[in-house]
Design a protein around this ligand. Structure first.
Ligand code: MLT
Ligand code: ZN
Length: 513
């Protein structure tokens, strides 16, 4: 996208009129900028005072082109000590900060709302150490996920986190947003795979906790606070992550079926029969698939239209063993008569093509306009009803008329990580209008709460969901979070206006008043 297109995006502060700049934060002056220029390489200070508006725009606008901040300054420190000096100065001078790495977030968490200074970890992108006995990899926060994957792969290991955005996202942002990804089902969360972190606190103090140990029972596990803190408590500068062995045998199966009940039967059987080798169980529905076919020019082996498409993958160490298990599983689901069509990948190329199809869904949903994205965690039995009910609601409001080109909502696609009880609902529309927003939110959060879910499974809260935290956490828990925030960031300079905003929305009447 050219900077011209970016210039057309409305500023967040204008779009969301309830947001007000907190005047306790100082405004940027030449003196501040001169200080940063004295401690960072000259080219790592990008400032509007030097006519760098175009360059700044790329940092001010998020990946979805939904949020646009008005920061006048981007700092790109090259080491932990520089991050520490930057943060201490911002804290002493009451300058608000937004940490950023790959800027591939989906909730407006890593771009400013007003004029917060952007501290990017992009210039910190070195791998520090790798131990091929334990598989522990230590690296800078600004390392791109795909680069880490390539590095680990060359050594016979793999990064336990995999995502469609791996060519852009950075490990620091992954940790800060507690990213989940495509193989969470098998390899688990960053809360378990991150063994150590180095973090800089707002006052410049450095928490050096780059542990390489799997086990540690010595007191509170402080690093966990920063996993999913979305840059509200400090800046993650280095990460120690446990990497598993790369699988020797990979299988992938693409299935289609015509009911949510069948999807659940297939899932249960896959868990039962593939047990230790299952590495992913992903789905996308017919609405998602129609967009992939339309926009991505993708040819699937699938011939008939069906309601649900499932991608199952196995990772193992013995091909014969894995093939035997997979065949037994396929026989079982065939006998149960729950599958309409099914294809087992014949080689790595075809496995990749199955994944490309799944990973293309979010891109296809964001073509030709705006997309409202949700990542709800809901118990599996009722998971898909959120898509059914949302479509009904939008149709009743006459903004979604399937087949009608003039309809404001083009598509309501569902896909995601069934194995983790995590559904993505993507509502594609012409633009981010208030009318559509009000039809979707907070209805979708209420729905999720009523069905025992949480409003974010892996994308985080950011600006989009920060105010709705009350739908997923009790007031006691929010109080504890607030106390932690006050302890670590007493001046509230870290990523303000998002997580833990002053006003929590807990029920519909809160915002109607
Ligand atoms: C995915 O599962 O594809 C990711 O969470 C990204 C997205 O939903 O946009
Ligand atoms: Zn996802």
């Amino acid at each position: 996208m050219s900077t011209k297109d970016l210039e057309d995006i409305e500023c967040t502060a204008d779009h969301y009129s309830y947001l007000k700049r907190d005047e306790k934060y100082n405004r940027l002056t030449e003196e501040h900028v001169n200080y940063f220029k004295s401690i960072l390489p000259k080219e790592n200070v990008i400032c509007s005072f030097d006519d760098s508006e175009k360059e700044l725009l790329k940092f001010n606008v998020d990946w979805m082109k939904k949020y646009r901040g008005q920061s006048q300054l981007v700092l790109l420190p090259t080491c932990t000590e520089e991050v520490s000096k930057c943060l201490k100065y911002c804290n002493d001078n009451k300058l608000a900060v937004v940490p950023q790495s790959g800027n591939s977030g989906l909730v407006g968490g890593s771009v400013p709302v007003f004029d917060e200074i952007i501290i990017s970890t992009k210039a910190m992108n070195k791998i520090i150490d790798f131990d091929d006995m334990s598989g522990v990899l230590i690296c800078n926060a600004g390392c791109v996920l795909a680069d880490l994957e390539a590095y680990a792969s060359e050594r016979g290991f793999m990064i336990p986190l995999d995502m469609g955005s791996k060519k852009y996202c950075c490990i620091g942002g992954n940790v800060s947003s507690n990213a989940g990804g495509l193989r969470y089902l098998r390899y688990g969360s960053l809360h378990s795979n991150v063994l150590g972190l180095e973090v800089v606190l707002p006052n410049g103090q450095i928490i050096e906790n780059l542990s390489r140990l799997r086990k540690d029972s010595t007191g509170y596990d402080i690093k966990q606070l920063f996993i999913g803190a979305e840059g509200t408590l400090g800046i993650v500068t280095n990460v120690a992550i446990s990497t598993p062995r790369k699988p020797k045998a990979i299988n992938a199966v693409l299935l289609s079926t015509n009911s949510w009940e069948n999807v659940q039967v297939i899932y249960k059987k896959a868990k039962e029969e593939l047990q230790e080798i299952i590495s992913a169980f992903e789905f996308f529905d017919e609405h998602a698939y129609s967009l992939v076919k339309k926009h991505m020019n993708m040819t699937a082996p699938l011939k008939q239209a069906n309601e649900f498409y499932i991608l199952i993958e196995t990772h193992g160490s013995n091909r014969e063993h894995d093939d035997a298990k997979l065949n037994a599983f396929l026989d079982t689901i065939k006998k149960l008569n729950v599958v309409q069509e099914g294809y087992v990948s014949k080689d790595d190329k075809q496995t990749r093509s199955f994944w490309v199809m799944r990973e293309s869904v979010p891109v296809a949903c964001s073509m030709n306009g705006a997309v409202f994205k949700y990542d709800l965690s809901i118990p599996m039995a009722t998971l898909y009803n959120v898509a059914v009910d949302m479509r009904k609601r939008l149709m009743e409001a006459n903004v979604y008329r399937p087949g009608d080109e003039t309809s404001e909502v083009f598509n309501v696609a569902a896909y995601g990580h069934i194995g983790d009880g995590n559904i993505h609902l993507n509502i594609s529309c012409k633009n981010y209008s208030k009318k559509i927003t009000d039809l979707i939110e907070p209805y979708i959060y209420e729905w999720t709460q009523e069905h025992n879910g949480v409003i974010s499974g892996e994308h985080g809260l950011g600006l989009m969901k920060g105010a709705y935290l009350g739908y997923s956490k009790s007031s006691v828990m929010i109080d504890i979070m607030q106390n932690i925030k006050n302890l670590l960031d007493p001046n509230n300079i870290m990523n303000p206006y998002k997580y833990l905003p002053k006003k929590m929305i807990t029920k519909l009447s809160d915002i109607k008043n």
